[in-house]
Design a protein around this ligand. Sequence first.
Ligand SMILES: [Mn+2]
Length: 343
Amino acid sequence: MFRIKKIRTFAPCMDQNTQIKILLSQPKEIVITSHRNPDGDALGSSLALAAYLRKHLHNVSIVLPSEYPYNFGWMKGVDDIIIYDDDPSIAHRKIKQANVIFALDYNALDRVDKMGQHITLSDADKIMIDHHIDPEPFVDYMISDTRASSTCELVYDFIVDQGGHADIDEEIAEYLYAGILTDTGRFRHNTSEKLFRIVADLKHIGLDDLRVYDAINNSQYEKHIRLLGHCLNNRFEFIPEYHAGLIYLTKEDYKKFNIKRGDTEGIVNFPMIMKDVRLSAFITEQPTIVKISLRSKGDLSVQELARKYFNGGGHKNASGGYSHESLEKTIKKFKEALPLTLK
Ligand SMILES: [Mn+2]
């Protein structure tokens, strides 16, 4: 799947940013891609980068593998995103025509499903901007930093490195903030001094942060509140000896509450509001797999737990994975892994 990098005509000593700058110095056909089940960071980084590149007269399309959650429908330009699941032929054509393809907020082609094969076959120059561990080298240029809170933070850096700080307007600031806000769990993990300086700069530019917060978070419907109540009252387990909280959802729950993509966003964080909880898991029975989301407080890392036991990974305080076993077995496995994680 990995291909040999094209032989470049640029001087070998030229740094990556300068090479990308030269690449983008003429208007190009650009496709921005991000991962399946796009979240605030995938959407925010894609829309921000698209808006920036359009200011430099590039023809930009955003192509995502699957639909975005309802609470991002307010974002300007989100309706113009091409969804591979809905329009595979248009998505394919756009990828085929592209001179430059950006891969945002994902580190491996299996995160974009069938779109991956089109990206592999494309001759376009490929640029990854991402913050997940162990990126696969399917791109020509890799901007990968696992210390970053979000891909939006890295897109901010990218625009600045390209000399485009003056291009960051209120709209771009809003997109970037949406990704930063969601990927840090509303500034509860992966924050840094640098990140707060970026946010301060976005505010200086004219960001209406409270409007973005409301649009994303205070936008739930009655069924979400009922579902949350069900999770906390009937599906929550506290494991005091390991300071762990667990919420799970069965296939029947999905049917009963008519749970759609994005409806369970943030539920993993609720056990964390308990004083005695240091680690939280949200385990859901999906059609073919069982998904697990993990959160932790402070120095306690859930990255290893996700990687070792659940084919996943992520960040110190926010990771995730999946299992091909039953819901019951996955819950059992999680509980058995706790003493090994917390030792
Ligand atoms: Mn992200």
